[in-house]
Design a protein around this ligand. Sequence first.
Ligand code: CNA
Length: 437
Amino acid sequence: MELDPEEISKIRARLFEIGPDQFVPEMLSEMNPLLVGTAFGLNPQLEARFGSRMFLDFLVSAIVRFYHKRQKLPQYNTIDDVAQLLQQSKNVMVITGAGISTSLGIPDFRSKNTGFYTKLLNAGIYEPEEVFDIEQFDEDPSVFYKLAHGILPDETRYSPTHAFIRLLQDKGKLQTNYTQNIDNLEERAGIDPARLIQCHGSFATASCRKCKHQVKGTEIFPYIRAQQVAICKQCTAALAAAAPPQKKKKKAKHNFDTDSDDNSEDDNIPTAGVMKPDITFFGEQLPNTFFDRLAETDAKSVDLVLVIGTSLKVAPVSEIPNYLPHHVPHVYISREPIEHVNFDVQLLGQCDEVVWELCRRAGWDLKHEMIPEGFGVVVEEAEMEKGRGCRWVVGGTKRETAVKEAEKVEEKAEKIEEEAEKIVMGEVPWANGDSVA
Ligand code: CNA
């Protein structure tokens, strides 16, 4: 029982034509459900295992999922297509991840060998997510405080990719930067807070888990660097003011239970709360601004999506491409290719180099102290897979190539200048209103 690729394409095209509500009854009245299922990756053997009723449920959800999954647009395939899109687009959405800060020495999470998760594994922590788990933090914040120094930003710098996002803003093209990063370097790069959604919060501020007192993030940086738990100064002051110093039977040990004011069984001494950077831990809600801005503004108006330096594994950010209108072009820029989301073009390499090359091709000047003079990169086709996206490897800096390119541009400019002079001097026939033909 098999459909050929042409039949599959026809069935899928019909789904996009009429939508799942009409498609399901129409198809099921015309065709064996097991056969329809094969067009959406459903194994016919599931019916024998789970029964026909259950198989129909699987089929409907596979169809709906397929309908909402973003499909590649056939008209965008090359790096020059992307450069052209940059020039033409007016409302660009940029979705960023840890990869845009690795060139500054801040490790990402999931890169093999260099990522923070590998470092944790090497330190014997086999569930790296637990370091950022809110329940775990409330139980024992020392785990986080012992390790977080490894991803603490140097707030005085930003990368060329941050500068690229700023350039988009300066050109009036940046609609919104959805950053999953917590390093707050977008602020340093001058991204307008009204155009920035810090999906997972940031190190910019920190709050007490008990009294909610908020301070600048930098106030707890020394504790993170010293690998010591930061205790709320407001709670501490309030406790000191409320109670006369008590005679302790034994040395007071901080009790990390944040829910109760008086929870030490041993000495009954109330304790101050623990400071937590305002980054979103696993188990915490994303800010409302994320959902509001996405649904109310961006889904209606973006005309280009650039996803840079993220493995796109963390929901709900990972779902944005499937949520946005499917006609909006999507470009992926990262070191590794991506399989679970359909992009139109994937540009693979160091993102700082990729964005520099895109700017060059768009005729824009991306300036940053980390981009050396005469910089240039080689772009090679990586892979062409019909219907799955076009991938280009951007890398292998070639200074000579860049110098040659620059010389060519200079030659061209000189020629244009000469031509212009001729026009001014009236030497070119059509400059005097004569027809060239
Ligand atoms: P991730 O899952 O670690 O993925 C990073 C991606 O970037 C990978 O696909 C890498 O191949 C790619 N990458 C790394 N360096 C470069 C580079 N120089 N050029 C191009 N691509 C590169 O991280 P995500 O951002 O996808 O995951 C989201 C997590 C990571 C969020 O919750 C963040 O808070 C968290 N995080 C943030 C930071 C930061 O703020 N700088 C650092 C580490 C982790």
